[in-house]
Design a protein around this ligand. Structure first.
Ligand code: AMP
Length: 419
């Protein structure tokens, strides 16, 4: 136990973490361009927030939350997703009193007690955005186009964007009735979860992973059969905005997504290359959620992308990231006399913003050169007692395999010019 991490979690080590940093920086850059500001909320919240904000009938709330009682007897849950907390922060900090819309993004770990497999973990990471305060279909299109923009900049190929409209409180009752009519004769054959959902939220039966439920749901009426005129025209406009910017999509009228609070637009992005866990991101509109969480009636929309899934897809597709590794310079020493000069030069280089490293194990010169190669250093400065006494040192270009003497006084400038 002491040397094993909990099931479904990962260590991200140097060598791998650079890809994460690259992805996160790319996401931050896109957010700057699209006008989204970062929000950092706690990793845990009151359980009640997720029960309300994610929905009592969802898989997340029914069976996947990490919930515990803290020492003050409060029920606390590690966040399973980012939207509910962003909504809470919007309401608690009265962001609704500021000019709307408010556009937020977050990056961080989420926690779900799920069955771990490739692409599915108990601690995983999401990048997500939320827009509060506008019901415009152009915002739906912006949010979707932004997600697609990010995948494109990463270089992911063959993604499928599925979109749907799940209606609003006006058309839901009609859909609900149609769905109950469809499922009633099959009620006994549905899984126990869906039997409960039949009354509470029959739409969620369409989202069940159970094969029997999926078969029974195959010919069920779809959300698009029940849309009211306002939802229908909203959906048409979202599609026309996406068309205008050349974002390709598939209308998937069975897509309901895992969360209870979606209204109107729902979308999901799938990658073909990563097996069963093919969803690399998804989101939707949730016009009732902010009010549900104690705020003023405010429309909202957002998405969340799974960083592990993006990296997995990139790996399967052979995409490499432009990451720099290894120091620009390695300082090798010959003899103990030059140790202090080496240490001083090391610090001078670093203060000039040049990544520099030296040996700390008393290796021989040969072993130091080998170590510098392992670290992937581009240049090696060799400080020998005899050369230093003459005021010079040898600089070796590891790629070109060439070396030359450089005066110690001009070393920092020389390295700067070379790196
Ligand atoms: P959701 O919040 O369920 O809509 O998920 C949004 C995205 O997060 C999904 O498309 C996945 O890319 C990712 N995701 C969700 N659950 C997991 C998990 N257990 N492990 C890894 N990634 C996940």
């Amino acid at each position: 136990m002491l040397t094993t991490r909990p099931r479904g979690t990962n260590d991200i080590l140097p060598g791998e973490v650079e890809k994460w940093q690259y992805l996160e920086e790319l996401a931050r850059q896109v957010c700057r361009e699209y006008g989204y500001g970062e929000v950092r909320t706690p990793v845990f919240e009151h359980t009640e927030l997720f029960a309300r904000g994610v929905g009592e009938t969802t898989d997340i709330v029914e069976k996947e939350m990490y919930t515990f009682t803290d020492r003050g007897d409060r029920s606390i849950t590690l966040r399973p997703e980012g939207t509910a907390a962003a909504v809470r922060a919007y309401v608690e900090n009265k962001l609704y009193a500021m000019p709307q819309p408010i556009k937020l993004f977050y990056i961080g770990p989420m926690f779900r007690y799920d069955r771990p497999q490739a692409g599915r973990y108990r601690q995983f990471h999401q990048f997500g955005v939320e827009v509060f305060g506008s019901d415009s279909p152009a915002v739906d299109a912006e949010v979707i186009a932004m997600a697609m923009d990010i995948y494109e900049r990463i270089g992911l190929k063959d993604l499928e964007l599925h979109i749907n409209s799940v209606g609003c409180p006006d058309c839901r009752p009609i859909l609900r009735e149609k769905l109950q009519e469809h499922f009633r004769p099959h009620l006994a054959n549905l899984c126990p979860n869906c039997q409960g959902r039949f009354e509470r939220n029959p739409l969620r039966i369409l989202d069940c992973k159970n094969e029997k439920c999926q078969n029974i749901g195959r010919h069920a009426p779809t959300t698009l059969d029940a849309l009211c005129a306002a939802c229908d025209s909203h959906f048409e406009l979202v599609k026309s905005y996406l068309d205008a910017v050349g974002v390709q999509y598939i209308v998937d009228n069975r897509l309901v997504r895992g969360l209870d609070y979606y209204t109107r637009t729902a979308f999901e992005i799938m990658a073909r290359d990563i097996g069963a866990q093919s969803s690399v991101g998804g989101g939707g509109r949730y016009n009732g959620l902010i009010e549900e969480c104690g705020g003023p009636p405010t429309p909202g929309i957002g998405f969340a992308l799974g960083l592990e899934r993006i990296l997995l897809t990139a790996e399967r597709q052979g995409i490499t990231f432009p990451v720099t590794r290894g120091p620009a310079v390695f300082i090798a020493t010959v003899g103990t006399e030059v140790e202090k000069q080496a240490f001083t030069l090391l610090q001078q280089l670093r203060r000039q913003g040049i990544a520099a490293e030296k040996d700390y194990l008393g290796r021989s010169l040969k072993a130091q050169m080998k170590y510098a190669g392992k670290l992937d250093a581009r240049l090696v400065i060799i400080l020998g007692e005899e050369e230093v006494a003459r005021g010079v040192a040898v600089v070796r270009d590891m790629q070109a395999g060439e070396q030359q003497e450089v005066p110690m006084g001009g070393m920092v400038d020389y390295i700067k010019a070379k790196s």
